[in-house]
Design a protein around this ligand. Structure first.
Ligand SMILES: [Ca+2]
Length: 236
């Protein structure tokens, strides 16, 4: 570590001292706890952005345009770490499911969710740690319900369920549940077509929500037939 202009710099960190009036800049680097002056060798790239969009950086003499992609020029983020572009530099951030091994998050290790109890594995499963995540595997002979739970029986598949023929069956832990299909209403054990009992003038409810009207009648519920009928009678 070095102390420089009331700043604490870590090994390898650079500091640029800009002289605004003369347009000069001198670069220093922290090495072996001492600040070393670095001869200015870098030729600055021509900037194409407007003067107001040029940013002066604290660790280099060359200015950059606003929106500069620092991650593209030097990626110091290593294992399981991703570079995050900032206004005046970049930083590292551990990927999901990983934690930093170092303060700058350039190196990250997998979190063992199973060992640390940070998992959501539920009924009849065993937690298995993976890189960046974890899995809940079913105990032998059990059937998967979702990513986090398993069950002994699948009543939906074996036909041992109480769902209406117009319902969807969902296998659950220790049982199953029923839900009426779109166009049907009810509790799942009994489902009725939405038009059931609504079709007028002798129309019949064809599943799930269409009334089939007798000749001369029309409308969603066969309700407009009579007027047409009268009109046709008048025409005759
Ligand atoms: Ca993990």
């Amino acid at each position: 570590m070095c102390l420089f202009s009331e700043q604490t710099l870590v090994e390898g960190q650079r500091c640029a001292v800009h002289h605004p009036t003369a347009g000069l800049c001198q670069l220093f680097e922290c090495r072996d706890r001492t600040m070393h002056r670095i001869p200015s060798s870098e030729d600055c790239a021509q900037l194409t952005c407007a003067e107001s969009d040029r940013i002066t950086l604290t660790d280099r003499c060359c200015r950059v345009c606003r929106g500069h992609d620092f991650c593209a020029e030097e990626n110091i983020c290593a294992d399981n770490s991703a570079c995050v572009n900032l206004d005046a530099g970049s930083s590292c951030s551990c990927k999901n499911g990983f934690r930093p091994l170092r303060e700058d998050s350039a190196y990250c290790e997998d979190i063992d969710e199973c060992a640390e109890g940070r998992h959501y594995c539920r009924e009849n499963t065993q937690c298995v740690n993976t890189a960046g995540s974890f899995m809940c595997i079913c105990h032998t002979g059990f059937i998967r319900i979702d990513d986090y739970s398993c069950t002994e029986h699948d009543e939906c598949a074996s036909g041992q369920h109480s769902c209406d023929e117009n319902a969807l069956c969902f296998n659950t832990v220790g049982g199953h549940s029923c839900s009426c299909k779109p166009g049907y209403t009810g509790n799942g054990t009994v489902c009725r077509a939405l038009c059931d009992g609504r079709c007028l003038n002798g129309g019949s409810c064809a599943s799930p929500n269409i009334c089939v009207c007798p000749k001369g009648f029309s409308g969603q519920n066969c309700e407009t037939g009579k007027i047409q009928n009268k009109a046709s009678v008048c025409e005759v």
